[in-house]
Design a protein around this ligand. Structure first.
Ligand code: TMP
Length: 220
């Protein structure tokens, strides 16, 4: 099973990814947690370039192709092998981030980006995508505070430095894209407490798993 988490800066993805990992492990399941950008050896180098404040001169096309290179390497070297071993893979961001950030955010055509994603992933799509939704002002405040506390502003702060308008386009873009891909997206309200948010996630994951089991038994 392949699950991805998506959302704007500061939506709390990383915390919830780890909680879901712990939940699956408590059930005896084998889980691989990974991320984009940065899930492969090459990806770690690309992540530094992509998130650094020093890269503020990147063109949107150069940015796009670096994200796609990160993804191609990540899918081939990390995600597909883990799925083949029978692991549950949870990725903190994946192909939808490109559609939303480079598409709805930067103004590139989402359908063209979808075709590029098909090439980069050789058509590997998540079974379930959890979108953590919250107002931009709340998310950005959290993300900027975290970067300052962890002294990450220079190395990882390039997107946090974008305008509120950009981040609003990203949030709206996620909601639009999720509505177009209802078969695999679930939207979770990420404004509450960590445990409340996790309860919502668990409900969605459990009902997804139940539907999968039903689907399999209907085929027998
Ligand atoms: P994060 O690791 O804190 O989520 O940061 C990754 C940043 O990269 C985030 O601002 C979103 C951005 N991003 C894109 O613009 N396009 C992509 O395809 C991906 C995976 C991430």
């Amino acid at each position: 099973m392949f699950i991805t988490f998506e959302g704007i800066e500061g939506c709390g993805k990383t915390t919830q990814v780890n909680k879901l990992k712990e939940y699956f492990e408590s059930q005896g399941k084998d889980v691989l947690v990974t991320l984009e950008p940065g899930g492969s050896r090459l990806g770690k180098t690309l992540r530094k370039i992509l998130l650094s404040m020093e890269s503020q001169d990147l063109t949107k096309e150069a940015e796009l192709f670096l994200y796609l290179a990160d993804r191609a390497q990540h899918v081939e070297q990390v995600i597909r092998p883990a799925l083949a071993r029978g692991q549950i893979v949870i990725s903190d961001r994946y192909a939808d981030s490109t559609i939303v950030y480079q598409g709805y955010g930067r103004g590139l055509d989402p359908q063209t980006l979808h075709s590029f994603n098909e090439i980069a992933t050789k058509d590997l799509w998540p079974d379930l995508t959890i979108l953590l939704d919250l107002p931009v002002e709340i998310g950005l405040k959290r993300a900027v505070t975290r970067n300052i506390q962890k002294k990450l502003t220079k190395d990882e702060g390039r997107f946090e430095a974008e305008s509120i308008k950009f981040h609003n386009r990203v949030r709206e873009g996620y909601l639009t894209w999720a509505a177009l891909n209802k078969n695999r997206f679930v939207i979770v309200d990420a404004t509450g407490e960590i445990d409340e948010i996790f309860t919502q996630i668990l409900n969605k994951v459990t009902s997804f798993e139940e539907k999968r089991v039903e689907g399999v038994s209907n085929q027998i």
